[in-house]
Design a protein. Sequence first.
Lengths: 905, 212
Amino acid sequence: MSSVPISQWPSEYKYSAPVAGDTEMVNVTIDGVEVQAPRGELLIKVAQDYGTYIPRFCYHERMKPVGMCRMCLVEVEGMRGLQISCATPVVEGMVVTTQSPDVKEAQDGVLEFLLINHPLDCPVCDRGGECPLQDQTLAFGPGESRFVEEKRHFEKPIPISDLVLLDRERCIQCGRCTRFAAEVAGDPLIDFGGRGSSTEVITYPGAPFSSYFSGNVVQICPVGALTARSYRFKARPWDLSAVETSCQSCSVGCRGVLDSASNRLVRFLGVDSEPVNHGWLCDKGRYGYEWVHAKDRLNIPLVARGGGLVPESWPQALELATSVIRDVFDKHGAKAIGVLGGAQGTNEDAYAWARLAKGVIGTDNVDAQLGDGLPAEVVIGMERATIADLDSARAIVLLGPDLKEELPVLYLRVRRAAVDLGVPLVDIGASNTGLTPYAQAVLRHLPGDPEAVTEKLAAALAGQPTRPDELRPLLEAIDKRALIQKEGPVVVVLGRSSVAEAADATVRAAAILAQAGISAKFLSALPTANVHGALDLGLAPGFLPGRVTLAAGRDELAKTWARVPEEQGLGAAKILANAAGGEIKLLVLLNCDPIADFPDGQLAKDALKNVEHVISLNSFTNESMRHADVVFPITVWGEQRGSISNIEGRVARLGRKITPDGSTMEPWRIATELAARLGHEMDLESFTEVQDEIAQVAPAFVGVDSKLISWARDGAVLPVADHAAEITLALSSLDQNKRSAGVSWEPIPTSGEDTPGNGAVPPAVISPPRPAQALYSWAKQAPERTAALADSYSLRLVASRTLYGNDLITTQSPSLARLATVTAQLRVNERERDRLGVADGEVVRVISSRSSIELPLVVDPSVPERVALVAINRDAPGASDLVDINESVTDLRIETLSKPVIKES
Amino acid sequence: MGKFSGFRITIAQVFKPKVTGDYPNSKRPKPERFHGRHVLNRYEDGMEKCIGCELCAGVCPANCIYVRGADNPPDSPVSPGERYGFVYEINYLRCIHCDLCVEACPTEAITETKLFEFSFTNRQDAIYTKSELVVDDQGRAQRQPWELWLGDEDDQTSGWMRATASAGQAEFEGKVGWSGELGVGVRAAEPSQDKTRTAIAPTSEPEEVALG
Ligand code: SF4
Ligand code: SF4
Ligand code: SF4
Ligand code: SF4
Ligand code: FES
């Protein structure tokens, strides 16, 4: 191992595609050392697991072997010639030599051959310094070349997408990029063209490599042939300093390494975390770090003075905010205060604000979800699945948003389960999603009415003898799968497919599955970065930190907190309605912008216009803070340490890489400062103290203290009691000698910085009290089923999200901003367009019970009849003008304008 | 004699030849590989040699070089190729004149002159920026107000100052290892340093570089 460069230390986990019933271990001798490995495991992997690094270029642990580069040749006794270890499965009694003279000669030859046409670009190549070709040439190569002829030449980097550049001279034709695109991402937009020495990676004519996952090919390319536009010439590897962290662009929480140079974030790379992201990132997560350095970032507190917001010092701003809170509290009581947001921050922020709002001020009008989520009691109370459960599921049911748009790396995981592992997939929804092509059963329903199809599905899964036609392929697939996987849950990916309809119907459909006796488990698909952490830590009406209700947790919390609210407060919709109506006098906005984010834009506008006081914490100015009394600038991802919880409830640590410009403060610290000024010292001085207090007072977080969070590299799924084995395992597999290299064309090895080494004691495991059966009880009190469409002219609105929209991460990151659409369009299928008799792109009038706006109409074949799709993350006028939060669905009437205006889109 | 005997040595010195010179009006020749302050060289066509690769910054044991690369503007490229040194700074309060940067440079862009006589009155002056380090249009070092050097002291400051040939070969004798330079052209090959050996006739062509 010692001769292997740091960048190529192998990863920790063991990975092999499950083979039916084959767990037999075989004995293999590698360089004279006898080891044991599961039969069928690839030789290169077995050797690596036991500390022998065999050089390679084309082999990647998360993709199928192809044997294209011949770098991994080894000698196997009894087999003629040398064998490529990346495609040789181990069998009983195999004797392997990885360093014989023959192997050495072969390695010299392969490297000399690869370098024949490879330019000596290292000094100007973004890969130089962390390049597998450089490293392996140094470690295994001949040192000199006999080739003096002219090398092949191509035009230097050509863009293959808006984010990725290709330098064909440097390509060694390993096929990692093309295989990733086809096998992993399912976007086969790049391939090899030409023959012999003029083979090159090409895109198809007129179709750039515009995949949501294009950045991954830059990371796995073993040379500098594929480079990222955002990182181009920004830094060289020896400038970088790295920290492991979780992505906060969405709630999957992919693990990655954040690189900075000269206090500027320059790169984010995926880390191979077996339970979470397998090393992949989506492009939004990968390039979304740029927004941290946006020049409009707020970096000084603002206060209202003379009709505008003017800069103020921290002490003054804190004093002012305190007096606003005290004033409202004294005059109108705690109930006149509402706290919205908090789903974008860290767990520590969420806890400190929950403690300030509920434990100091005493209001329960606190909600992290801005009308785009599911009831907190459902998310907290449902039987939760982990991401890894997808791999061993009996079937996966999609009952929520388009994962490709909202939780991209979860999409990769579900796609892998369906395509590579053969897990049957059911797609329930109103319109097609990225996963529809892989589903065995596609159950379409009118928006807001998934129940009928879900009932049918539940009955069939539960073993009802009659098999409806549309479910036959699914049931056959399940039967086939049962040969390998009899047990295993049915994993329901549960979320909101549209914010234009109430959550009720989705929850009732989920309850049907939960009660069908098919051992259903639920994986939340709420996309906001840390919404699960915020809910788990009490930023929801009726809940206290640690997944307990007010009633269940009151006595315990009262030992630490000054008070606990008496009765359940209001959710976001009611808070805004009461603010609009004047009962709520003060709104605290925790890193949120209700006017842009709340589905019912009109209500949010009214609320913020009518409410007397607003205190806002944010990193940018926005419309909602226009009338704020005080605006606090906050530190953000990359500038703040702490932890987050992802869709599984996995608590993982966040690293800090840079110090922010200006004077910003962590939201949790602002909460402690305000609490102190309100007369309640929280006694929390650092984020670790917050974590330790959470571990003490929040039942579901028992055992998850600052130590565990910093040790457990893949994080810990709550409640720890259910996952004790996972954490013990993660700790014992850490190796202190391996350190995160900040380089990851191979999965990055475990960071050993703060690990206790082998044999660490797992944390005390205590079963926390949990609300029982929330899903069922909630479903019982939910309102009745939605009626059919009002009349035959109406279309029903689906307001879903796309990956790139008008969100801050996209619009403030120059690389992504180019990809975003920020103006709303009305998408219908061809038949609906013909019924209206308008041209594609023509502006039409869209009328809902709420208002009437004009939008360009675009034909989209994936939208079914009777449905109109308007993305919600678009600038006004758009979907949020049409939605009335009190209606269970949004029906639209479309009218042509008398004078049609044709707009180019 | 008695009391004068102590002056014998002193008086004897008066009649010996002087070893001190009229510094700074006249100076002694410096050794060929003397390490003074740096210059950034240019090719004969005026293009900068530095490609902003940061190898010098990476190798510098004193951490005193700061380089950032950038895309060459397509219509007015600063250097040949894709990338050029966009920011280049050396902090002379830290530089120990070890010449490792010179050894590391793949393009012979950075070399050390024999100029060493400079004193600053503020720290900012001690940080030489790219505009101060790049040679002028005649290919000569740009004199800074706080530097003391005379006439042709800036001669012979570049390429061949390195200890190794740019391709890393040990056999440098009689081989031109350097690319041409603004104001100087291609420098002649170096003779043997072993005075007992007869010099090999210099070849006129730069040597073929064939490395894997
Ligand atoms: S571009 Fe990179 S990943 Fe793709 S084939 Fe070439 S060397 Fe391999
Ligand atoms: S899927 Fe989500 S967490 Fe993962 S990289 Fe993309 S935005 Fe980040
Ligand atoms: S001479 Fe040595 S100390 Fe001075 S800049 Fe070069 S590498 Fe650094
Ligand atoms: S001086 Fe040489 S080593 Fe330094 S950045 Fe420029 S080209 Fe690279
Ligand atoms: S790694 Fe085995 S052939 Fe490329």
